[in-house]
Design a protein around this ligand. Structure first.
Ligand code: F6R
Length: 369
């Protein structure tokens, strides 16, 4: 049942710290190394892989887009991400050295299932990242890494998404660990940070009241835009998807660097634009670029809603609304940056009188192609 919440979605948003912690449970050993023996693809075989291809739909696809950054950075293996519904129709280049990762909460999504069948026919190994024990996708895969989000009832995916990210990071770090890359120290540090991340998600949840108030104040808007760079770009796509499906509003996510190639023409007086700001530490060049993007859109009248790390003062002069998230390693930021966007969409949907758990025209698992 809803455990005191008005909607399953609110309950599932609140369950995210536990879902994240449960997905890490038993997978980090006492020495701070990963043990993914349950992934029944041996270390020797993982060392042979020369390409990773991720297939998924919707929110799971956004997890895949983020995984690409992590996999390529920590393993130096080329990684492609493709919408499952597009994958097999373009005759993708696959062989026995390709590792195909199929991400699916339900494990029953037909597009994803058909993509993995196609991959196996080409001789590729398929690893499923799935939240539903014994469902079709893990049954038909060579290996499975289960996410431990628990049952997700609301149609809009929230806690499953965060656990898909955790599973993707685990796979990326594990591949890095098994293959030995120059990032060994960074990998150990990130594993340590991952083991604390559920507390950071909890801290974000404790500060969501202003986000709710902001969402309610925007209930009569027609459009909201979302901008991000690097891993913040798929977060922007996810924020836009949540708003479309729940609030039935026009929403689009863009890579902030693409603004000047077209979308900036959309900016007009008082248009809400949510910007996911990368950490000013680490890859700081990205941070500087996005600060100038925020300046540009604000100069054209946009209402800027800025999601930025605690202590990031550079964004303050240009933020009409500032949403703070804890500092995390660059690649892990989606785990904290997505949460305010979920809350934002849920509250906006409620303010517009929509049925949050059962948005119109949507089903929880899509078993047709
Ligand atoms: C969005 C949403 C959908 C699913 C997509 C894939 O909130 O829930 O976009 O993510 O239909 O579903 P699974 O992960 O079950 O394959």
């Amino acid at each position: 049942e809803k455990g005191g919440y008005d909607y399953f979605m609110l309950k599932e948003i609140a369950e995210q710290p536990k879902a994240v912690a449960d997905t890490l449970l038993g997978r980090i050993d006492a020495n701070g190394s990963l043990t993914l023996d349950e992934v029944r693809i041996g270390a020797a075989e993982l060392r042979e892989i020369d390409k990773v291809v991720i297939v998924a739909c919707g929110t799971a696809f956004h997890a895949g887009l983020i995984a690409k950054y992590a996999i390529e950075h920590w393993t130096r293996i080329p990684c492609e991400v493709e919408l499952a519904s597009e994958f097999r129709y373009r005759d993708p280049i696959l062989d026995s050295r390709s590792l195909v990762i199929a991400i699916s909460q339900s494990g029953e999504t037909m597009d994803t299932l058909m993509a993995l069948r196609h991959a196996r026919e080409q001789g590729s190994k398929v690893l499923a990242i799935c939240n539903t024990n014994g469902s079709t996708i893990p049954r038909e895969s060579d290996a499975v890494l289960y996410t431990h989000a628990g049952p997700e009832v609301a149609v809009a995916s929230t806690k499953a998404f965060l656990t898909q990210l955790v599973a993707c990071y685990l796979v990326a770090l594990y591949l890095g660990q098994v293959r030995g890359t120059k990032w060994g120290d960074e990998i150990s540090a990130v594993i340590r940070d991952l083991s604390h991340i559920s507390g950071e998600v909890e801290r974000v949840l404790e500060t969501m009241e202003p986000v709710r108030a902001l969402a309610r104040s925007l209930a009569d808007k027609k459009t909201v835009l979302f901008l991000g760079r690097h891993v913040g770009y798929p977060v922007a796509l996810e924020g836009a998807l949540k708003l479309k499906e729940l609030a039935y509003m026009h929403a689009e996510g863009f890579a902030a660097g693409e603004l000047k190639h077209g979308p900036i023409a959309l900016i007009e007086e008082d248009l809400p634009v949510v910007v996911v700001v990368p950490s000013p530490r680490g890859r700081s060049v990205l941070h500087d670029k996005i600060v100038s993007n925020i300046q540009e859109i604000r100069a054209r009248g946009a209402r800027t809603i800025v999601i930025a790390e605690e202590g990031d003062e550079a964004v303050v002069p240009y933020a009409d609304h500032l949403i703070r998230i804890p500092a995390t390693p660059t690649l892990l930021q989606p785990l904290v940056a997505t949460v305010p966007l979920q809350v934002f969409a849920c509250e906006l949907a409620t303010a517009r009188g929509n049925e949050v758990d059962q948005p119109r025209n949507l089903a929880k698992s899509v078993t047709v192609e």
